[in-house]
Every structure is written in structure tokens, then in C-alpha cells.
Design a protein around this ligand. Sequence first.
Ligand code: PLP
Length: 231
Amino acid sequence: MSPIADHLQAVRQRIDRAAQACGREPAAITLMAVSKTFDADAVQAAIDAGHTVFGESYVQEAIAKIALLRVAPGQLAWHFIGPLQSNKARQVAEHMDWVHSIDRLKIAQRLSDLRPDSLGPLQVCLQVNIDNEPTKSGVAPADVLTLAQAVHGLPRLQLRGLMAIPAPSDDPAVQRAAFARLAALQQQLQDAGLPVDTLSMGMSDDLEAAVAEGATIVRVGTAIFGTRAYA
Ligand SMILES: *Cc1c(COP(=O)(O)O)cnc(C)c1O
């Protein structure tokens, strides 16, 4: 087995054990392999191991990589998880299946306007600055409902839920508290009648805490592909 196939299996086992430990169905949790900074050969190794869900942070890097893969069209799901710049919105709208980093209405409107009719609606999550960190991107927790209602009204987007990258902590209780706050915001949206079903939370170092608090997509890079050469 390739090292990447091995790592995928090990991460899947971590997810499954974390789900079982809290009485959740393991199949309810999607593993997104975050392949940013890794080349097409690394992605191909994951595909050859049967993996189909990938996350990227830089759209040009993603498009170049996708072109090199040996895979039947439509077999993969590509999730954009990086900072959204308005001059890159067209490429994101044309090449990605999901966007997890919506943090303002203007960029959401642009993605909706630019999403080709030949594709289904772009699946989107709002990125929440869950720890209210001054330098971090993401919508403030207090503004999530207003933004969610506006995004829900856009014709070519489908609002699926919330994403967050909490401030790093080694303390599982602190990790869980941040994920619990995101889950509570999700509940607030559901109470307001928004049909959101996705909590995108948990990475290589904190996925167990995220699963315990209800993650439906975990975004894992390092534990699958190794240490990145740049951030
Ligand atoms: C890079 C990245 C990840 C993956 O992080 P790891 O710690 O390598 O698992 C997850 N989510 C986002 C938004 C990222 O940018």
C-alpha cells in the first residue's frame, strides 16, 4: 500500500472510532483530503486508494492539478477552503463543487452570478471566526444568521452550513468548546428555518473533538499527505 493509502486508512479509523465513542454513525462524516501544496501525484495516490473528496486553498494551483489527474469526469468532489478573492471568483465558480470560506455577502453574490448554468448550484458553507480573533477571516458569530439568510436567497448557491478554524489548542476541552459554539450557531440557523446540514470542522490535530461535537465534514491535510513545505 502507498503511504498515502495507509494514512487515509488510519485517518478514517480515527474518525470511525471517534464517531462510535459518541454514538454517531461513522458514515455521516465525510473525510475531505486537503491536498493544498501537494502535487498531482500525491492526489493521484489518494484517488488510486479510492478517495474522491479533496480540498484546496488556492484555485489556480487546484485547476492545474485537476488537469493532470487520471480520473473519469465527475468522479471527484472539489472543495475550496481558502481565502476568497473577488478576482478569483470566476475560477472558483467554474471549477469547484463546494466553497467553505464564504465570509461576506458580496463574494457570495459574485459566486452566484458566475456559477455556470451547466453546473448544479455551488454548495457553500459560511466561514465563522469562532474565537473572534482579530486577524482571522470569517464572519463574526453575531453576524452569522443575517449573512446566512442573505446567502440562502441567492439562486445559484446552496447554503449547506458552517465552517470554522478555531484558534489552535492542545486541550481537548478547549477544542470541543469552540466546535460546540459552531454547532450552536448551526442550530440557530436551523431554528430560523434554514435547511443547513453541514458542519465543516476538525483537522489533523483536533478531528476527534470535532466529531464529538457533530462535524459532518472533517478537513485533513497533514495526517494524510505529510508536513507542508509552506503554510
Ligand atoms: C490546510 C487546511 C486544513 C488542513 O489542515 P491540517 O492541519 O494539515 O490537517 C484544513 N482546513 C483548512 C481551511 C486549511 O486551510
